[in-house]
Design a binder for this molecule. Structure first.
Ligand SMILES: Nc1ncnc2c1ncn2[C@@H]1O[C@H](COP(=O)(O)OP(=O)(O)OP(=O)(O)O)[C@@H](O)[C@H]1O
Length: 332
């Protein structure tokens, strides 16, 4: 437990949803926790179980108060929710959508509207307060949804893929703004994302789920540098291979692709078949499958790609110098 957690209780959850999830999650007040993992890993199930929408066995404590013993009904948990599809009330204007959560907490109508307007201003959509969701763009509606979730100052904010489906430019500016609001947010925020950038830029901690279980929990820098699963390795653009019970990570930039077997350590060289070649920044990224299993990526210059004549199906050797490999254990 961090010193921050000792000062202000945040989140302490142990949740079991049969056949779908078996996970513990703790966070200090003020923390932003990113949850990443492949499709079907249980990310949305975890958010649903925290909110009380998905029935789960176990315990959830938020801000030092138990939500499970005795059971606190979903409506009384006051969780701030932001989903990919916004789920704004279609018949209410933006102002009333934001005011709704405040009204259900007993805030008088005029004050709820005034506070809603302040939050819409903060999210840069103050002038759209009277519009209904069908009169808003996807990005504008998502800003309203974030204002609605934050306005009641919840102890727990749950965001499920909040930028999915938005244009890249819209998502980028919204990401920057959300970062600002999350920095000022006193509660615990749990953010489900498929995007390494979200996890690395917005979160204090990254939790990796796979098959309903937490397989890694660390700082963004640690998870990015030493991923424990192939999925996260791909997400952060690293190669990770398992050798002798240890994980070995290396950058695609450090990989040399050659037609013949290179000299050097056998454990750092693989015979592989090119699966694809695609532009990656100023380089070309080569995806190849080694004969003994792992998928490897290498970044090569366009000139060397031409020289090697890289094309799908071509056999190559891929190698990396030992000094470019970071070796670590499977479990902390
Ligand atoms: N309502 C449901 N009833 C039964 N099983 C479900 C239900 N919803 C999801 N599942 C299953 O639970 C597992 C976890 O699903 P979940 O949607 O939580 O994963 P996820 O990590 O959010 O995936 P994605 O990234 O695709 O949204 C999957 O195997 C899924 O098929």
């Amino acid at each position: 437990m961090t010193s921050r957690a000792l000062e202000a209780p945040g989140l302490d959850a142990r949740l079991h949803v049969p056949d779908r999830l078996d996970a513990s999650l703790t966070a200090a007040a003020g923390d932003v926790v990113a949850v990443i993992g492949p499709n079907g890993a249980g990310k949305s199930t975890l958010l649903g179980a925290l909110a009380g929408i998905v029935p789960a066995i176990g315990s959830v404590e938020v801000g030092g108060r138990s939500w499970t013993d005795p059971v606190v009904p979903v409506r009384d948990r006051g969780v701030g929710l932001v989903f990919q599809d916004q789920s704004l009330f279609p018949h209410l204007c933006a102002r009333e959508n934001v005011a709704f959560g405040l009204r259900t907490r007993g805030v008088p109508r005029a004050e709820a509207r005034a506070r809603a307007d302040q939050w819409l201003d903060r999210l840069g959509v103050g002038e759209l307060a009277s519009r209904r969701p069908d009169q808003l763009s996807g990005g504008q509606a998502q800003r309203v949804a974030i204002a609605r979730a934050l306005a009641p100052e919840p102890a727990l904010l749950l965001l499920d893929e909040p930028f999915a489906g938005l244009d890249v430019g819209v998502a980028t500016s919204l990401r920057l703004e959300l970062a600002r609001h999350l920095a000022a947010f006193d509660g615990v925020a749990v953010l489900v994302t498929h995007d390494a950038l979200d996890a690395l830029t917005l979160a204090d901690r990254v939790v990796v789920l796979e098959d309903g279980e937490v397989v890694q929990d660390g700082t963004p820098a640690d998870v990015a540098a030493r991923p424990r699963t192939a999925h996260v390795a791909r997400l952060v653009g690293l190669n990770v291979v398992t050798q002798g019970g240890q994980l070995r990570a290396f950058s695609p930039v450090a990989v040399t692709v050659s037609p013949g077997r290179p000299h050097g350590s056998a454990r750092n060289c693989w015979h592989a078949e090119v699966a694809g070649v695609a532009p990656h920044g100023e380089a070309l990224r080569v995806l190849a499958r080694a004969d003994d299993g792992p998928e490897l990526i290498a970044d090569v210059t366009p000139a060397s790609a031409i020289e090697l004549g890289l094309a799908p199906g071509q056999p190559v050797w891929m190698s990396v110098k030992e000094t470019s490999v970071d070796t670590y254990t499977m479990r902390p």
